[in-house]
Design a protein around this ligand. Structure first.
Ligand code: IMP
Ligand code: MG
Length: 182
């Protein structure tokens, strides 16, 4: 495509200013809730990289961070879908108060699988923080403890979120033009 990369955006759903303010508020709330605990942030790659970097900078408590890959793929033989999870080498969830940080909750499959795996591996507690939430698409009953913004059922990109590995670089959340989706 010629022209600017932002030409792919139909409209901005959450502006850079709104993101900054909300991320700060979330950070303060989480800092309050985890006062006196040893917080371990577990960020789900790749979509959460920008959000978690900004969120971390607002924390007023000691915090450790580690990253996981969680890739969901649909298994044609079952309707449930499967999620494969990989931790950083040497990381163990055992005994830790974990805050999972995600870019967006859609069906909820990824987070349900991640939470289950962490609790099975001996995590002391697991809470979830997602920048975006599309509640209309949920098929699991996963509880999201901290939500940045509830959004309608549209495909969004920017601030870490991608379409086909592109558009992660925008400092805002935008709806992709239909002609940019194959
Ligand atoms: P879930 O398991 O259906 O909740 O899937 C959540 C994952 O799907 C997120 O981590 C994203 O990678 C991806 N996803 C869902 N909706 C969008 C979207 O609108 N834009 C970009 N990625 C999305
Ligand atoms: Mg993701």
């Amino acid at each position: 495509m010629d022209g600017k990369i932002t030409d792919a955006i139909e409209r901005v759903l959450v502006s850079e200013e709104e993101l900054k303010k909300r991320v700060k508020d979330l950070g303060f709330k989480i800092s309050e809730d985890y006062k006196g605990k040893n917080l371990t942030v577990l960020a789900i790659l790749s979509g959460s990289f920008m959000f978690v970097a900004d969120l971390m900078r607002t924390f007023e408590i000691p915090v450790q961070i580690s990253f996981i890959y969680a890739s969901s793929y649909n298994d044609s033989t079952t309707s449930s879908g499967k999620v494969e999870i990989r931790h950083e080498k040497g990381f163990s969830p055992e005994g830790k108060d974990i805050l999972v940080v995600e870019d967006i909750v859609d069906t909820g499959r990824t987070l349900s699988a991640v939470k289950k795996e962490l609790l099975n591996s001996g995590a002391k507690s697991v809470s979830i923080c997602s920048l975006l939430d599309k509640p209309s698409r949920r098929i699991t009953d996963i509880k999201v403890d901290y939500v940045g913004f509830e959004i309608p059922d549209a495909f969004v990109v920017g601030y870490g979120l991608d379409y086909a590995y592109k558009y992660r670089q925008f400092p805002f959340i935008g709806v992709l033009k239909p002609e940019c989706i194959e």
